[in-house]
Design a binder for this molecule. Structure first.
Ligand SMILES: [Zn+2]
Length: 427
């Protein structure tokens, strides 16, 4: 007889588990809980939560985790909200248990003044942040409720975590903090983002972000003509950057996203700055790109100074963001589990291109991690026209539920897909 490979093995495990009440009751509960989950998604999304101001939404999760009976509930030093659903076995055995994190991010890209009220039109929910990550956040209580309804006893400890700082300048500060704690050994990481039930993000795009500022003496446009200009230097730099060649694979990109500077139309600019975003699916290529662009930035200042026989324009380069990149095999156990669970809910699994998500940090450290869709359909993400279509969205929750059971294991039924980590990588 042929030994089934691991993917087949996980599908077989699911085929068997599906007959268990732990699965049946949980999956039914999730379907019946659909309306309540949607209502909670609206409620959460209407709590403003820009990156660095996630307190109010964090408080909501502290309260919810208490209501749901999690233990060890706390807000950590950076604002992540954590609650534990203990694995089977005694408290003393805790150290030997696996630790799985199931997370969604609290923050949105929208400033505090944004109207985040949710409108329902044509069967869709409209509102900034309703999908990203209102969906992921609403799925956390839905999963806990289903596990309780089905009296699921996982072998691993499952920590539910609402993270801070996933978006933009948040720079993954929430997850960076989680993984920087040597006392908290994490064996697997699951992040929930808007997306259909078949989506699997398992590769991490890294990014470096820089604020580049040119400064000079400035002066009157006529009276001080001949003085080097900070804006002219910035212009030279942008023209050079625009010509940089990058590999298509591993995908490596750059953009000048924001420029500002100058005083008035008839002033030689004393200051001009830009925000640069550099990304790659390979840390090596990212470092290479950053080196190349850094040299261009200095040459642009030299060129502007040489033009006027001066040395007064200077450039300052300030890193404002760093997200690590990383990859794992498409046939690694956690990815196979994601594939098997997508199939189990009747979807065709989709292995997505590399993304920048909360899972980046774990992936870069070699810890099994994926970002999966919370179900439903999202659009206009990061715009004021963001929407979420709830049709069959519960399928995404059912898939995540099975994912937790595969990763964390069920006493006497299936061994966890996760393995205890031996060494503790530190950031
Ligand atoms: Zn997101």
């Amino acid at each position: 007889m042929r030994e089934p490979d691991e993917k087949d093995a996980l599908t077989l495990v699911l085929d068997e588990l599906i007959e268990l009440s732990a699965l049946k009751v949980g999956l039914d509960h999730i379907r019946h809980d659909h309306e309540r989950t949607t209502a909670e998604q609206i409620k959460i999304s209407q709590i403003p939560s820009p990156s660095f101001s996630e307190d109010q939404r964090g408080q909501y999760f502290l309260d919810r985790f208490y209501e749901l009976g999690l233990t060890d509930i706390h807000r950590d030093a950076v604002g992540n909200v954590l609650g534990l659903r203990s694995g089977s076995g005694t408290e003393a055995a805790r150290r030997d248990r696996l630790t799985l994190i199931v997370s969604a991010h609290l923050d949105t890209v929208f400033p505090a003044a944004t109207d985040v009220s949710v409108q329902v039109r044509d069967g869709r929910l409209y509102g900034p942040g309703i999908a990203d990550d209102g969906r992921g956040l609403a799925v956390l209580p839905a999963l806990i409720g289903a596990m309780d309804a089905a009296a699921v006893e996982t072998m691993a400890d499952v920590w539910f975590v609402a993270t801070v700082g996933e978006e933009g300048t948040g720079d993954l500060r929430g997850v960076k903090h989680l993984f920087a704690n040597p006392e908290f050994v994490i064996d697997g990481f699951l992040s929930i983002e808007p997306g259909p039930a078949n989506n699997i993000t398992y590769l991490a795009t890294g990014s470096h972000r820089l604020r580049v500022t040119y400064t000079g003496p400035g002066g009157h446009s006529f009276g001080n003509f001949g003085t080097p200009s900070a804006i002219h230097a910035l212009g030279r730099a942008i023209a050079r950057i625009a010509e940089v060649s990058v590999p298509e694979s591993p995908k490596t990109t750059f953009t000048v996203g924001v420029i500002e500077g100058g005083t008035s139309v008839n002033t030689i600019a004393a200051k001009a700055s830009m925000l640069l975003d550099l990304r790659s699916n390979s840390d090596l290529h990212l470092a290479h790109l950053e080196d190349e662009i850094t040299q261009l930035l200095y040459s642009a200042a030299d060129e502007e100074n040489d033009r006027w026989n001066s040395h007064k324009v200077e450039v300052g380069i300030e890193p404002i963001g760093h997200r690590p990149s990383g990859s794992q095999a498409s046939d690694s156990p956690i990815v196979r589990a994601a594939v098997a669970t997508a199939r189990a809910v009747g979807c065709v699994p989709h292995l997505d291109d590399a993304q920048s998500t909360d899972a980046n940090v774990a992936i870069s450290l070699g810890i099994p991690a994926v970002t999966l869709g919370g179900g439903g359909e999202a659009g206009g993400v990061h715009t004021l026209g963001e929407f979420f279509d709830t049709r069959d969205a519960y399928v995404g929750v059912q898939r995540l539920y099975m994912m937790i059971i595969l990763l964390a294991g069920l006493q006497q039924h299936n061994a966890p897909v996760l393995r205890k980590r031996i060494s503790e990588p530190a950031l």
